[in-house]
Design a protein around this ligand. Structure first.
Ligand SMILES: [Mg+2]
Length: 401
């Protein structure tokens, strides 16, 4: 049964309206002034409110304003009851957000018509909202199902050993020898072939699978490093990229320590690469995590330097060991170009902060010569080798390239 609240200070008019509406089958409540009407509106939440404009103390405008600003009653249909000639009253009421008005005296048909048309409109709005809600629920469900499906696919790929760790040499700029390696994950799909990390890493990140995948990469790379060290190759470090999700795992440092202990690899042989953007999310906890990792003896490098937030102050706040200059600064670098000034400045600044500098994306001899001249410590890029499978990397080590 629809509930109608009638706020009217004239007792005769009020009771007359209540009687008429009750006869139509509505559940009616009367209030004899604005304050009582407001209380009744908030506690009963009527389907329609009929309210006199002219009342002592709190008038109809005041009631309407209060109702519209209250979250519970903000959208309840509101019909003004006005005196006959008061066009300005009507105008003011509609501007305040009234839905309709009735001019006194009105007939029973006018009263019932005003109430029922408000109720019909309200019912239509409610139905529309229901539809919207169920549509958006469906969309949310679809998105959740899709993510779940993606995660299942990724987990399956890991089980089927479709992921592989590739290794890219990091070359000592002065000696030209391989000093370290960066481990990079690749997905060799049985049908689609090699899927780019740019394609599957965002999915892995979105589904949370990246934590599992990242740990697998870390284990695989550390085990491989152990094999190479045992074989007598003089690799200084294996560098492994950490994803934001992994980095903010509460037990990250103890998990990394466990993995190193299981494999028997010295923490000093591991370098973890992080990006600038990961540091800004929660600086305090980032610094604490980095310090824990450093206390284990692991090196920390800041990856893709210059492309993120580039706030130089964090270089002194965070305990980094290595700075990796992003490839975008290295491409086509020659003395005199703008990037040259940036790279020279970064190398100099990093060295004065006791950071080692690695240049990424070195593809030409001119780029290599530039880095040599300005005493960059290490470099990686296609000039020496793309990321390659472990067996191929081992060949590079053997040939002493
Ligand atoms: Mg990296």
């Amino acid at each position: 049964m629809n509930k109608i609240l009638v706020i009217e200070d004239d007792r005769v008019i009020r009771e007359n309206i209540l009687k008429l509406l009750k006869a139509e089958g509505y559940d009616v409540t009367g209030a004899e002034n604005g304050a009582m009407g407001l209380n009744a509106a908030v506690s009963n939440l009527p389907d329609v409110i009929l309210c006199d404009v002219m009342m002592p103390q709190l008038d109809g405008y005041g009631v309407l304003e209060a109702l519209r600003s209250h979250p519970v009653t903000a959208t309840v249909p509101f019909v003004f009851l006005t005196g006959k000639a008061d066009r300005s009253e009507v105008r003011q009421g509609m501007e305040l957000g009234a839905d309709d008005y009735l001019t006194k005296p009105f007939t029973k048909a006018e009263l019932v018509g005003a109430v029922s048309s408000r109720l019909k409109k309200q019912a239509a709005l409610a139905k529309q909202q229901d539809n919207l809600r169920s549509q958006s629920n469906e969309l949310l469900q679809e998105a959740a199902d899709k993510l779940e499906q993606i995660k299942t696919n990724l987990c399956g790929a890991l089980d089927r050993q479709e992921f592989q760790v590739y290794y890219q040499p990091q070359i000592d700029v002065q000696t030209g020898q391989i000093m370290s390696a960066e481990a990079l994950v690749r997905w060799l799909h049985p049908e689609k072939g090699l899927i780019s990390p740019a394609e599957f890493i965002p999915d892995a990140e979105a589904t949370g699978f990246i934590v599992q995948l990242g740990e697998w990469v870390l284990q695989t790379a550390c085990r491989q490093m152990q094999v190479w060290q045992n074989a007598g190759f003089s690799l200084e470090q294996i560098a492994v990229n950490l994803s934001p999700r992994q980095f903010y795992q509460p037990d990250l440092s103890s998990r990394v320590a466990e993995i190193l202990a299981e494999i028997g690899l010295a923490p000093s042989s591991l370098e973890l690469e992080l990006t600038e953007s990961m540091m800004v999310k929660d600086a305090e906890s980032a610094i604490a995590t980095l310090q824990q990792l450093k206390d284990l003896g692991i090196s920390i490098s800041i990856d893709d330097f210059g492309t993120g937030y580039s706030s130089l102050s964090y270089l002194t706040q965070y305990p980094f060991d290595v700075l990796k200059i992003d490839r975008c600064f290295i491409t086509n670098i020659t003395d005199g170009c703008a990037n040259a000034a940036i790279v020279k400045a970064i190398i100099e600044m990093a060295h004065s902060l006791c950071l080692e500098v690695i240049a990424e994306g070195v593809e030409t001899e001119a780029e290599r010569d530039f880095l040599w001249r300005y005493e960059c410590d290490a470099m990686q890029g296609y000039l020496f080798s793309p990321p390659v499978p472990a067996v191929d990397f081992e060949e590079l080590l053997v040939s002493g390239k």
